[in-house]
Design a protein around this ligand. Sequence first.
Ligand SMILES: Cc1cc2nc3c(=O)[nH]c(=O)nc-3n(C[C@H](O)[C@H](O)[C@H](O)COP(=O)(O)OP(=O)(O)OC[C@H]3O[C@@H](n4cnc5c(N)ncnc54)[C@H](O)[C@@H]3O)c2cc1C
Length: 486
Amino acid sequence: MSKTIHIIGSGFSSLAASCYLAKAGYEVTVFEKNATIGGRARQLKKEGFTFDIGPTWYWMPDVFERFFGDFDKQPTDYYTLEKLSPAYSVYFGQRDAITIEDSLDKIYAAFEREEPGSSKALMEFISEAKSNYDIAIKDLVYNPGVSPLELVTPKTILKLNQFFSTIKRDVRKRFNNNRLAQILEFPVLFLGAKPSDTPSFYNFMNYADFGLGTFHPKKGMYQVILAMEALAKSLGVNVETNANVDSITVENGTAKGLVVNGENKPCDLVLSGADYHHTETLLDKPYRQYSENYWDKKTFAPSSLLFYVGFDKKLQHVDHHTLFFDVDFDTHAEAIYDHPAWPEQPLFYASFPSITDDSCAPKGKEAGIFLIPLAPGLEDTEALREAYFEKIMIRFENLTQQSVKKNIIFKESFCVNDFVKDYNSYKGNAYGMANTLLQTAFLRPKLKSKKVKHLFFTGQLTVPGPGVPPSLISGKLTSELIQEVL
Ligand SMILES: Cc1cc2nc3c(=O)[nH]c(=O)nc-3n(C[C@H](O)[C@H](O)[C@H](O)COP(=O)(O)OP(=O)(O)OC[C@H]3O[C@@H](n4cnc5c(N)ncnc54)[C@H](O)[C@@H]3O)c2cc1C
């Protein structure tokens, strides 16, 4: 009889792991507390509008191809991808934005227009970033973070200095123009820490951005979740929603099952894709590996205040992805990482998927997603949410020179309290634990429990880190470790 594996959660990492484990012959069931699957990547539908609640940037298409390729499939078997052109634009002032197009040549030209001579520096920077991408994303990140030796290869030894310098230092050394430097510092924000705390080796994110481009799955990122669900089900995975895991059953130091909505569900092995900290609270204290103090000291990726807005008209002067960097980046970053507080003048990001995808809004209308990064654990009230909506709407109208407030049909918000309530997220973090030098690879919380046999972890708080592509890789890594023991 095949061995049974119970998986907690149905985010990208859990779904990925479920596919690999079912393919390997295990009987796999996914238990998701919410009514729909997808975790942080769920979908909101309202009055004919469709919003991705979480991720909106589809980067590193090669990682998705590699995932589906492991099952002799390809992304196009499930969803249609469009390369966005332009990829995004970045506002610095009133009707003053730099647009990042869909090819390196066009981006070099945009840099040259902004600062003559900068394209040469960019070519050198991107060539290094590509070399790091080939080392990191094609190879290094597929290591399970078990030993420091995983990071020591002939190629990484040659780049040792890049682990001890930072993105910020490296970018500022090469680019004097503050606007260009800020654009180059933006991609590493996906890794969850400040550019001044992120090793310069991580400039592979800049190659992902400029070299590979930004894609949009038709009908939104949720299509990727649906694709993975279809693949998982075709491999025999059972998926149960509205299935809250109350605790993990441990007997004589070995995981023996789950208690789901009060009911015992025995199994041979437990894998959790829920937030790592929460998963450990499902165990009796002696079985937890990391103390509250450990978690408290870690650098977490930001939480976010999000708005999902239906507009009754098409908007002007914005792109599918639009960033608003018209205020001081460092002051906002301090409010996230150094002195947690609501930022006085927040940077924000807006996405209008209906600009390129008719299915996201009724004809003649626009779907808008607005995101302000925030420190995890901040006080979250309706009044604060309202005040910040007002703040960014005033800026948005002024910067893009149009009135939009009176065109709002509805708005929904999502913030710290919702991350905790919906996902059991530690301090309401939005995208996990940051990738800093001291929180990389073998220095991250482990995929395999050191205290409970047959208990494994996956997802954005463990290896390799935050983001959709790393979550897919995390599912693969943990499933390989599981196959070594079961
Ligand atoms: C606002 C936002 C924007 C983002 N933007 C991007 C982007 O543009 N591009 C990108 O690549 N990445 C982005 N990310 C990051 C990316 O979405 C995440 O890294 C990824 O989705 C995490 O997947 P996961 O499997 O680790 O965890 P999750 O998606 O959090 O899945 C964990 C699941 O476990 C469930 N669960 C928790 N506790 C229990 C329990 N007791 N019982 C049962 N189930 C439980 C939760 O409900 C959840 O479904 C973004 C994230 C957010 C929040």
